[in-house]
Design a protein around this ligand. Structure first.
Ligand code: ZN
Length: 451
């Protein structure tokens, strides 16, 4: 039995049923599970390890529900800096076709390290490229090394340019082998249990890169194992036009026709959901993940998040791939979500606390989990601490330290505990020599561009 006591947080944001914020709060953890939450004076006094978090806001670890971590190799590529989605993709596909398994591993470690330092403790990653012997294990092993809770989405592309799809033919896979590999991954890695560190998601890339058959077969496979489904949907006007022209349906009509709705499905972006689509997702419990920076970067538009929330739809946050953000800071992403909602829907469209709720409970809901996203007895011990004593929060911390997390410059964590293990301590990411890793990452990124 191993115990850990976190105490003396200036404010402990629980995200529990009453949304309590506890002054001088703490958390008592035993074997990776939260046993008690409350004012520090009411918690057990001794533990194997005790950490004082005075000066910090402490909260549940943030949850990132959409990413393409390999893209951290191709950030800020000059030719793709100022393009919309389809043009951007067409510029990058040929570069991505040269990615190696080692590049996937190293870039995934990079993306995860960045996320963890920004307060994220659980992430999904949508890997949809499998050239040159790449396997999903290349990213699963990265999560394992860093101790991050991980939902590895087995992406896929099967309709190349010659069949009317967007990706080049050399990046698409045979549909039978996609399904076989996905089944192998579920059987090898998927842990359905409470407090699972590793789950598999079935995730054909997008309607413009896979066939109807693959979408249908994927849904059947996922449901036969009880795993989640994920894809991109209704991202921008061209995406809608493609759907109408190719399938004669809006994106939401299309996914409904394929069985891709329900509480076990979450769709990325949904910038262009129409009223019928919103109603469909609301009725069926289908989730979405909002990626505001990517939507702004590619000029896709403003997703109707306040309308979706009003309709009771589960909404999580995602940084999206590192080539369309190009930042993997999840607290900064939450800030963007709050600000963009106001641009679209007015100053009261989304409060700071509502936004933090999307980044925690919202993410847990779309990933189909009820063991993360809040600090309460019986929950997984994923806890992060942000020090708000620095210059970035000066003047805000005495007023509203919780709102300061979003209204002021987003901070890095001082501490991160994932599944009861200390992963970041005093700002240092313990499992990794960051400088050495970044040097290796940049070396590989250069090699990729020059190859
Ligand atoms: Zn994406």
């Amino acid at each position: 039995m191993t115990t850990l006591l976190l105490k003396n947080a200036d404010v402990l944001v629980t995200m529990d049923e009453e949304r309590r914020e506890i002054l001088s709060g703490g958390v008592f953890i035993q074997d990776g599970v939260i046993k008690a939450v409350g004012p520090s004076k009411d918690l057990p006094k001794v533990a194997d390890k005790v950490i004082s978090l005075a000066g910090c806001v402490v909260m549940p670890g943030l949850i990132n529900a959409h990413h393409h971590m390999f893209q951290s190799l191709t950030r800020a590529i000059p030719g793709a800096q100022d393009a919309e989605l389809f043009t951007w993709l067409k510029h990058l596909y040929p570069i991505w076709a040269r990615i190696t398994p080692k590049m996937i591993h190293v870039s995934t470690v990079t993306a995860m390290a960045e996320l963890i330092l920004s307060g994220c403790t659980t992430s999904s990653d949508h890997l949809y490229l499998y050239p040159n012997g790449i396997r999903l294990e290349d990213s699963i092993e990265a999560a394992d090394m860093l101790g991050m809770r991980f939902h590895a989405a087995r992406g896929s592309m099967s309709v190349g340019e010659s069949q009317g799809g967007l990706p080049p033919d050399l990046l698409v896979e045979n549909e039978d082998s996609i399904l076989r590999d996905t089944q192998r991954l579920i059987e090898t890695w998927h842990d359905p249990g409470r407090h699972a560190m590793q789950r598999i998601v079935v995730a054909p890339c997008s309607p413009f890169s896979v066939s109807r058959d693959l979408m249908r077969e994927s849904a059947a496979l996922a449901r036969s194992y009880g795993v989640s489904l994920h894809t991109h949907l209704a991202e921008n006007d061209n995406d809608i036009a493609y759907s109408l022209e190719k399938f004669g349906m809006t994106p939401t009509e299309y996914v409904e026709s394929l069985g891709w709705v329900g509480p076990d499905v979450w769709h990325a972006h949904c910038v262009k959901l129409d009223a019928a689509g919103i109603d469909l997702f609301s009725r069926t419990g289908t989730g979405i993940v909002h990626c505001p920076s990517s939507n702004m970067r590619l000029a896709s538009g403003i997703a109707p998040i306040p309308v979706l929330l009003e309709a009771g739809i589960a909404v999580g946050l995602g940084v999206d791939g590192s080539a369309s953000n190009d930042s993997g800071h999840l607290m900064a992403e939450a800030r963007q979500a709050m600000l963009l909602a106001r641009v679209g829907y007015g100053p009261a469209a989304m409060s700071g606390r509502q936004t933090l709720e999307l980044a925690t409970l919202g993410g847990a809901r779309v990933l189909g989990r009820n063991d993360i996203g809040a600090l309460a007895p019986g929950m997984s011990a994923d806890v992060v601490a942000f020090n708000i004593q620095g210059i970035d929060s000066a003047g805000a911390a005495p007023n509203d330290p919780v709102a300061a997390l979003l209204f002021c410059s987003p901070q890095r964590v001082t501490h991160s505990i994932i599944n009861g293990k200390i992963v970041v301590s005093d700002g240092e990411l313990l499992p990794l020599d960051l400088n050495q890793h970044v040097a290796q990452h940049n070396h590989l990124a250069r090699q990729l561009i020059e190859s």
